[in-house]
Ligand binder design. Structure first.
Ligand code: SF4
Ligand code: SF4
Ligand code: SF4
Length: 391
């Protein structure tokens, strides 16, 4: 019997799922089982769209369709957290299971604090995540650095610090550090991200620490809650998954991997934040960069630390493009200590304004001042707006 805090190796009992799944298909098997068993009414997943660079969210109620979802489309940089509130009534009347990266889980907590999501109804299967790459960057990098036609690629993956490309029966891999030194690689927010193992989910699943003879055939699972343990136990009892206990060397290897990637994130934080460390320089940079703003409201609509409304911004700043700097100050004040560095406000900004960098730099300062960690639990922030503002 598994319990909160346990570490296990797991894999799907279905040979087809095991073969097609990234690491033995454990996550697929657990999502499918949760749906079949009635633990949830639906699965919110991501499916491959037009090509391997196109990730599309999908709500599944037929267990037979769960195997078609993709746990790791590295070129898809979707954030699922806000979809619950926007399209699924905040999971108020529907129990939903979902495989979520660290930023998805953090965003889900921030949405729950703002009463946009009922976390009791969301079964979170956390995915360890080393980072993701925008579809445009992925295509450019594969073409220019790997010298491979991006449309001939069947699979991309990131493990052991290298980016792997499989195409036409061939394979190439290059260290991520090297790619990033050359100006390619992960989104800048991902480089700074320290939520690599999302332990505030019900389970945290990934490849790090998998025993050598099981690599590619099993997932390393950390059981993070009683609900996660119940899912594992019921799935095991029903024969949906197989499990094994990792030895001390596996646990040590996972810890080493996590520490290495967290140290790397610290180095990127220093590199990105240092030019903004003086208050005057930061303000000057923000005013200059945001002067390109066309007031499309995307950075507000996508932010998981904000409500599902642009009303205060529309009402307070009517009729001017670019808007006064106060438009951005209002957003900064609403997000302030709750930014989870998901990168959405930057990636989707049509004017390439480094919104996530500015917001994350402010959040990091406030985190040091107040000790509040956004997205880690249900504790309330000191500054950010938690009740929908009235205007
Ligand atoms: Fe992964 Fe963190 Fe990037 Fe989200 S922000 S995709 S959890 S590295
Ligand atoms: Fe994500 Fe930007 Fe909101 Fe921060 S401010 S949580 S990076 S969308
Ligand atoms: Fe302005 Fe960019 Fe935000 Fe649109 S997404 S409102 S252009 S900062």
């Amino acid at each position: 019997m598994s319990a909160k805090g346990d570490l296990i190796h797991a894999w799907s009992s279905d040979p087809l799922v095991r073969e097609n799944g990234e690491s033995g298909g454990a996550v697929t098997a657990l999502l499918k089982f949760a749906l079949e068993d009635g633990m949830v009414d639906a699965v919110l997943g991501v499916r491959k769209g037009a090509d391997i660079y196109d990730a599309r969210p999908v709500l599944i109620t037929d267990p037979g369709e769960v195997a078609d979802t993709e746990g790791s489309i590295y070129g898809g940089t979707l954030l699922l957290s806000k979809l619950f509130g926007k399209y699924l009534s905040g999971a108020k009347d529907l129990k939903i299971a979902s495989a979520l990266k660290g930023c998805d889980v953090m965003g889900a907590y921030e949405q729950a604090k703002r009463k946009q999501l009922n976390l009791d109804n969301v079964l979170m299967i956390g995915l360890n995540c080393g980072g993701s790459i925008t579809p445009a960057m992925m295509r450019r990098m594969i073409s220019e650095v790997f010298q491979v036609d991006p449309y001939s690629v069947e699979k991309t993956s990131m493990y052991k610090g290298r980016f792997h490309v499989t195409y036409g029966g061939q394979h190439k891999d290059i260290p991520i550090d090297e790619l990033e030194e050359r100006g390619y690689g992960r989104r800048s927010n991902c480089r700074r991200c320290k939520m690599k193992i999302p332990r505030q989910a019900d389970l945290a699943c990934g490849q790090w620490g998998v025993r050598k003879d099981l690599v590619g055939r099993a997932t390393f699972v950390e059981v993070c809650s009683g609900r996660g343990a119940e899912l594992i136990n019921r799935a095991l009892e029903a024969g949906a998954i197989g499990t094994d206990i990792p030895d001390a060397s596996c646990i040590k290897a996972r810890k080493r991997r996590e520490e290495a990637i967290l140290n790397l994130a610290d180095r990127w934080r220093e590199r990105d934040f240092t030019p903004l460390s003086g208050s005057k320089e930061r303000l000057k940079e923000m005013i200059e960069e945001t002067s390109r703003c066309i007031k499309c409201y995307t950075c507000i609509e996508v932010c998981p630390a904000l409500f599902n409304t642009t009303r205060p911004y529309v009402t307070a700043f009517p009729g001017r493009v670019p808007p006064e700097f106060g438009f951005h100050l209002l957003r900064y004040s609403h997000v302030a200590d709750s930014c989870i560095d998901c990168g959405q406000c930057e990636e989707l900004c049509p004017m390439d304004i480094p919104n996530a960098l500015f917001m994350h730099a402010i959040e990091a300062d406030l985190e040091e001042l107040y000790g509040y960690h956004a997205g880690e639990d249900m504790s309330r922030p000191y500054i950010s707006i938690m009740e929908e503002p009235r205007v």
